[in-house]
Design a protein around this ligand. Structure first.
Ligand SMILES: [Zn+2]
Length: 619
């Protein structure tokens, strides 16, 4: 009896523990109604949000983002831009001075909350600029839902960053992060990151958005337009349905996206086409002689989606819109806002495909960008380099698609300004250090991983990551779990060195000794990051022979890689400074020897990585 009791107890404990650690995600459904006063760049908003608490925690408060409150003099964003000076984002500055400091009173961004109610009861709220804390009337129990209703009015800010009125290319309204958005709650707690111009995060949500605006405007948005016949630009019908104020009503819906963004302009053209095995694509832009590349981008966009689907997993939404707006490029649910003018087709496509790739690494695989910016910007940059290499192959063939990124990394490391990629995105003081640790080091995280585990294993990792985590909120731990499982390798050390530190990789050839029929090579680890070593020789008859020296840290060795066949040598213990091995080729047969012919290894000092057998004539 006692034994049975303890077995039952163990069983219950196991179940409770399993529940405690089980993954969950919150969910929101927004029904938003806005009435835009286009002449005054303002709008009245109402929304009803059904919020599902799927966490095991009882919630006594909820938080909302009020991003537009950042666009005024002396806001936190202004303070940040001012204190960063020349090291900050140049788009937010004019002659080194914050552009936010001079926003006129009438153009300050505002989200003025009239009330918020929970199931009809008025709630107390407290606003700290871009974050609103709301005390619930009734605590929200685990696995239950509640409904919030809210009314507010908003002033569309002067265009400084992403959102705003009258951008540099003359787009009237870029409406991004424009409504009070519920903050993501997960195992990391509330993602209450103040908006200072960097990344966004949110729970997945459904949207049903009604926009009333002067009938002459055309809207571009991420979502499905439910009434194309009643508005301008989306159907052959010339009967725009206007009310007595001369306003048309647009109704947009979207499912399972992080945010709903739109832009409006009287001079937009709407172009669309459906991709075989892909989404319906919308191009919403001002058609003129500065935007000629939009038309030419279509066949590239088609190949882009096909390539992404095949390589990184299927795009799950029915459509995607490239909308001219904003101040550069920024990703949103089912759309991006990008500047329309470009010097060449390749530049426009590069921007389109960077932002488009965030549909994978930000929307579908929705990591917390403020906490782990290297995962969304880095993985997106990896996809961008991969795709651009295929669609716009360089004139001079490159050994791999990431060579330019690796060279940029080497240059930046020499500046001594690098900061660890593990830092919270908002807290990098130096704008360049932020860019390098997130975009560049994040991209190279995958390049180095491919070098360690082999490209076929990396490709399997990316597909499995998508399979397990699409439409969820993965963390770095979830990604590494898959990487280790598929490769069989221990990879914790690599994440630690690459993401948590600014240590660098620096291997070198210390000595080459030619001894009769063989050659003895001694390599040295001069850097701070241990890595496996691919070593190759080029023979006089132009054959490349590859050797692979595993690091003992992985405990399992790579089986296949892009370099072709290789001979696996004994492992190199990470504690051991030097490594000597013999290759069965005499000097007379050798043209060159070196570390990593594939040029994927982000070794910071290449000068001592290659050895040319000088007095040997090429055959
Ligand atoms: Zn990006």
């Amino acid at each position: 009896m006692k034994k049975i009791f303890s077995i039952i107890l163990i069983g219950i404990t196991v179940i409770i523990n399993a529940q405690k650690n089980a993954y969950y995600q919150q969910f929101a459904s927004y029904k938003i109604d806005v009435d835009v006063d286009a002449n005054n760049f303002s709008y009245q908003g109402k929304q009803e949000i059904t919020y599902e608490n799927n966490s095991p925690d009882e919630l006594k408060v909820v938080y909302f983002h009020l991003y537009w409150n950042a666009f005024k003099p002396n806001s936190m964003m202004d303070q940040r831009v001012s204190s960063q000076g020349k090291n900050g984002d140049s788009r937010l500055q004019q002659n080194g001075i914050s552009r936010l400091a001079s926003i006129p009173k009438t153009e300050e961004g505002t989200q003025n909350i009239h009330f918020i109610k929970q199931n009809g009861k008025n709630l107390k709220f407290d606003i700290q600029e871009t974050i609103m804390k709301v005390e619930l009337a009734e605590p929200l129990k685990p696995n239950s839902k509640t409904t919030f209703t809210m009314e507010w009015d908003a002033v569309i800010p002067k265009q400084i960053r992403r959102s705003g009125r009258n951008n540099t290319e003359g787009i009237a309204m870029t409406m991004t992060q424009w409504y009070p958005k519920i903050v993501e709650y997960d195992y990391d707690g509330w993602a209450t990151f103040d908006y200072i111009g960097r990344e966004f995060h949110a729970p997945f949500a459904n949207f049903d958005v009604t926009i009333k605006i002067d009938k002459d405007y055309i809207i571009g948005a991420g979502g499905t337009l439910e009434n194309p016949e009643e508005v301008k630009g989306y159907s052959n019908s010339s009967n725009v349905l206007a009310d007595n104020q001369n306003k048309a009503t647009w109704r947009w819906t979207a499912k399972n996206i992080l945010d709903f963004a739109w832009a409006a302009d009287k001079d937009y053209t709407v172009d669309s086409f459906t991709i075989v095995d892909g989404p319906k694509v919308y191009l919403v832009y001002q058609k003129n002689d500065k935007t000629i590349y939009w038309e030419q981008s279509k066949p590239y966009i088609e190949k882009y989606f096909q390539l992404m689907n095949a390589t990184f997993g299927r795009y799950v939404y029915p459509s995607y819109a490239f909308v001219q707006g904003g101040d550069g490029g920024m990703e949103y649910g089912m759309c991006t806002m990008i500047l329309g003018e470009a010097k060449k087709l390749e530049d426009l496509c590069g921007l389109m495909f960077h932002e488009g790739s965030h549909s994978w690494y930000q929307q579908m695989l929705a990591t917390n960008e403020s906490m782990r910016p290297w995962m969304d910007e880095g993985f997106t940059s990896y996809a961008e380099s991969f795709v651009m290499d295929r669609l716009f192959p360089p004139i001079q063939p490159q050994p791999n698609p990431f060579v330019n990124t690796i060279n940029n990394y080497r240059k930046f490391v020499k500046s001594g300004k690098e900061e660890p990629a593990v830092w919270l995105g908002d807290h990098h003081d130096d704008g360049k250090a932020y860019t390098f640790s997130t975009y560049v080091k994040g991209e190279l995280f995958l390049v180095q991983l491919g070098y360690i585990v082999g490209e076929p294993a990396l490709s399997a990792i990316m597909k499995e990551y998508y399979q397990q985590w699409k439409l969820k909120h993965p963390t770095d731990r979830d990604f590494m779990h898959i990487a280790q499982k598929i490769s069989g390798m221990d990879l914790k050390w690599f994440q630690h060195y690459w993401i948590n530190t600014t240590k660098t990789i620096d291997y070198a050839i210390k000595e080459i000794k030619f001894e009769g029929k063989s050659t003895t090579v001694t390599l040295i680890n001069k850097g701070g990051v241990p890595m496996p070593i691919d070593f190759s020789i080029l023979t006089n008859d132009k054959k490349v022979i590859n050797y692979y020296i595993p690091t003992n840290l992985t405990h399992v060795w790579k089986k296949k890689d892009v370099i072709g066949d290789f001979k696996t040598l004994d492992y190199w213990a990470w504690t051991q400074p030097e490594y000597t091995f013999v290759i069965p080729y005499p000097k007379e047969q050798l043209t060159a020897l070196g570390i990593d012919f594939s040029q994927r290894l982000a070794d910071v000092n290449l000068e001592d990585n290659y050895y040319e057998v000088k007095d040997q004539k090429l055959k």
